[in-house]
Design a protein around this ligand. Structure first.
Ligand SMILES: Cc1ncc(COP(=O)(O)O)c(C=O)c1O
Length: 399
C-alpha cells in the first residue's frame, strides 16, 4: 500500500464533482453546477480577437511566461480593477491559475497543521478543501442575509487560540447568494482590526450584479485597505469570460505577495500564457464590458424567473431570498427536514441540485440546499423548480 501523506486524508471528493457525473445523464435538469452557460461564452469575439493577433503575440501565447503573470495582462487587469477602487498601484497583483489557486496559495502561505481558519457557514467548497489540505481546523461562523455574524466573529477575534485567517465571499455568496451590507462590512473590519487575522476577500462573482443601485455595496474591503488589517483580495475570469481559461488573480501587500510568488513557482511556474493573452485582449479591446452586461442581463432574467416560480410553489416555511446577482439561491427548509431526502425524490423525477451539507465546514447541517440558475434556460427552470417544490412538500408531509 503506498504511504500517502496525512494531509490528503482529510480531503473528500467534492459532492458537486460527483454530482456532475449524474448531470451528464440525458434529459436531467441540473440546478447543481456553478458553471456559466455554454451558450453564453464569447466564442466568436475570442475567435476574432485571436485571429487578429500578430505572430509575436501568438508566439508569446504558446510560451512560458513570468510566474506572476504576463506584464501586459497585469497592466490591463490592474486598470480594470483600479476602476473598482482597488489599490493596484500600491499593492501587488498576481495572475493565478483560477482563483482557486489564489486561495490554495494563501492557505499554503499561512497555515501549518492544526492552525485555525474562520469561514462562513455555509462556505464555498473549494476554499474548504484548500484549507483542509493544509490540515487546518475550520470554524464556521453563521451568516444571515447581510453577511457574517459579528457576534460570532467578535468571540473568535478575542479567542485565546486565535485563528490565522478569515475567508469570506461578500459579493453574491456561493452558495448563500447574499450580498454583504456596507454596515456589516464596516463592523467586520472594526472587529478584526489589529487582531492579526488575515482576511481573504473572495470576489469571484462581484461583476455579476443585477441592479445598478447595488454598486456602492460592491466596493471591496480591499479598496479601503483598512488600517490594522491585512486583506488579500482574490478574483476570477471564470464567470466573466470562461472557467476553461483557468485564470484568476490575487491582490496583496508586497510582503504577502513575495511569499505567494515563491509558492506559485513551485505549483505551476506560471499560469497559461495562451489564455492570458486572450484575457488581455478581451479587456484591451473593451469587449469585456458589453459581454459582462450581456451575462448580467441573462442571469438576472433567469434569477427572476426562478424566484417567481419558487414564490408560487414553495411552502411558506421554506426560507430564501431573491438574489441580487451571482448564480445561486439558497433554501433553508425547516430544521428537521433532511435535504438528502428531497434530493432523492427530485432525482427520481430527473432534477438535481446540491444539498447544504456539502457547504458546511463540519459537514453536518443538512436542512438547506443550493439552486443554481446559471446553467439552465427558462424552460428547464419552468419544468424543474416545481419538481423540487413538490419533493420538498412530500418530504415535509412525512414528518
Ligand atoms: C466563491 C468562489 N470562489 C472561487 C471560485 C474558483 O473559481 P476559479 O478557480 O474558476 O477562478 C469559485 C468557483 O466556483 C467560487 O464559487
Amino acid at each position: 500500500m503506498p504511504r500517502f501523506s496525512s494531509s490528503i486524508s482529510s480531503l473528500r471528493s467534492s459532492e458537486i464533482r460527483d454530482l456532475m457525473k449524474l448531470v451528464t445523464r440525458p434529459g436531467i435538469i441540473s440546478f447543481a453546477g456553478g458553471m456559466p452557460d455554454n451558450d453564453l461564452f464569447p466564442i466568436s469575439e475570442v475567435d476574432e480577437l485571436f485571429g487578429r493577433l500578430d505572430v509575436l503575440k501568438k508566439q508569446q501565447a504558446f510560451q512560458y511566461g513570468p510566474t506572476p503573470g504576463l506584464p501586459s495582462l497585469l497592466e490591463s487587469l490592474g486598470e480594470f480593477l483600479a476602476a473598482r477602487g482597488l489599490p493596484t498601484e500600491r499593492e501587488r497583483l498576481m495572475i493565478t491559475t483560477g482563483s482557486q489557486q489564489a486561495i490554495s496559495i494563501l492557505a499554503r502561505a499561512f497555515l501549518d497543521p492544526g492552525d485555525r481558519v474562520l469561514v462562513e457557514n455555509p462556505c464555498f467548497i473549494g476554499a474548504l478543501s484548500a484549507f483542509k489540505s493544509c490540515q487546518a481546523e475550520l470554524t464556521g461562523l453563521s451568516v444571515d442575509k447581510e453577511g457574517i455574524s459579528i457576534g460570532d466573529l467578535d468571540v473568535e477575534a478575542n479567542s485565546t487560540d486565535p485563528a490565522k485567517l478569515l475567508y469570506i465571499t461578500p459579493y453574491f455568496h456561493n452558495p448563500g447568494g447574499i450580498l454583504y451590507s456596507m454596515e456589516r462590512k464596516r463592523r467586520l473590519v472594526e472587529t478584526l482590526a489589529w487582531k492579526d487575522i488575515v482576511l481573504i476577500e473572495d470576489d469571484a462573482y462581484g461583476e455579476l450584479y443585477f441592479y445598478e443601485e447595488d454598486k456602492p455595496h460592491l466596493k471591496p474591503i480591499k479598496a479601503e485597505n483598512p488600517e490594522g488589517l491585512d486583506v488579500c483580495y482574490t478574483g476570477s475570469f471564470s464567470k466573466i469570460l470562461g472557467p476553461g481559461l483557468r485564470l484568476g488573480w490575487l491582490l496583496a501587500s508586497e510582503e504577502i505577495y513575495e511569499r505567494c510568488e515563491l509558492i506559485k513557482q513551485s505549483y505551476d511556474a506560471c499560469s497559461p500564457s495562451f489564455t492570458q493573452v486572450i484575457a488581455d485582449e478581451f479587456i484591451r479591446s473593451g469587449q469585456i464590458f458589453p459581454y459582462m452586461e450581456r451575462v448580467r442581463t441573462e442571469y438576472r432574467k433567469r434569477a427572476l424567473l426562478m424566484g417567481d416560480i419558487l414564490e408560487a410553489t414553495l411552502p411558506t416555511d421554506v426560507a430564501w431570498t431573491r438574489p441580487r446577482g451571482g448564480f445561486y439561491i439558497w433554501l433553508a427548509l425547516p430544521e428537521h427536514i433532511d435535504a438528502s431526502e428531497v434530493l432523492e425524490l427530485s432525482l427520481e423525477d430527473g432534477v438535481v441540485f446540491v444539498i447544504g451539507k456539502t457547504f458546511d465546514p463540519q459537514g453536518r447541517r443538512n436542512n438547506t440546499l443550493r439552486l443554481s440558475y446559471c446553467n439552465t434556460d427558462a424552460s428547464q427552470i419552468e419544468r424543474g423548480i416545481p419538481i423540487i417544490a413538490s419533493a420538498i412538500k412530500k418530504v415535509m408531509n412525512r414528518y
